[in-house]
Design a protein around this ligand. Structure first.
Ligand SMILES: CC(C)(COP(=O)(O)OP(=O)(O)OC[C@H]1O[C@@H](n2cnc3c(N)ncnc32)[C@H](O)[C@@H]1OP(=O)(O)O)[C@@H](O)C(=O)NCCC(=O)NCCS
Length: 186
């Protein structure tokens, strides 16, 4: 039986940014956070660490409904009642783990740390917009295990963004990205 990995989940530090960026580019084809956006007061980021190496990361934030609606117009257009009825919204942004460290609980540890963080900041609901590929939703079991409910699908969610940032989606290749986003709410 393989040895259990020993990892820690810690708040991201400035010296982790480069490694986080590399993981994002490897797993999603892009990473457009900068030092300013990753370490702004609204953003909370966690890293999974093994022997001082960043092996995964997860980003989240808590924002007012107004900021959420300004920042996520495609989701706001869905007119979802639980969003409309909330004042503070926890948003789970990207999460990724280096492939060779996957399936050992690191993703779940980062996912759980993010939920705890936004709950501590008194978010009324937690929203996560997940990437749906032809192979399905990689986060599905984590979402189900933590009680998230699927509320909407938004086709071609990253189409304009993929063209703007010229990113090559690991699923559909050169821009435009035509993957769906699926919204889950807790
Ligand atoms: C999604 C992602 C972050 C999950 O990370 P991870 O570290 O593999 O997550 P976990 O190990 O906690 O859980 C994944 C699976 O491993 C299983 N697992 C957890 N600990 C385990 C262990 N010690 N031994 C064996 N399996 C284990 C979990 O039960 C889960 O299995 P399931 O999906 O069949 O239920 C990772 O696959 C990834 O980076 N994907 C690419 C980016 C991506 O798609 N991000 C999400 C966009 S919405």
């Amino acid at each position: 039986m393989p040895n259990q990995l020993t990892y820690q989940t810690v708040p991201a530090q400035e010296n982790h940014l480069e490694q986080i960026r590399n993981i994002g580019i490897d797993r999603f084809g892009y990473f457009h956070h900068t030092h300013e956006t990753l370490f702004d007061p609204q953003t909370i980021a966690y890293c999974g660490i093994i022997d001082d190496k960043v092996v995964g990361y997860g980003i989240c934030k808590v924002m007012s409904k107004q900021s959420f609606q300004n920042q996520y117009p495609k989701i706001s257009d869905k007119n979802i009642s639980s969003i409309n009825n909330s004042s503070k919204i926890g948003v789970m942004a990207s999460i990724a783990v280096i492939e060779k460290y996957c399936r050992q609980g690191i993703g779940n540890a980062i996912f759980t740390a993010r939920i705890t963080a936004v709950k501590e900041l008194k978010a009324d609901i937690i929203i996560i917009k997940v990437w749906e590929t032809s192979a399905g939703i990689k986060l599905l079991s984590l979402l189900n295990n933590h009680g998230f409910e699927r509320v909407a699908t938004i086709p071609d969610y990253w189409k304009e963004e993929s063209c703007k940032y010229s990113y090559v989606c690991p699923e559909c290749g050169s821009p435009p990205c035509t993957c769906n986003a699926v919204l889950y709410i807790l």
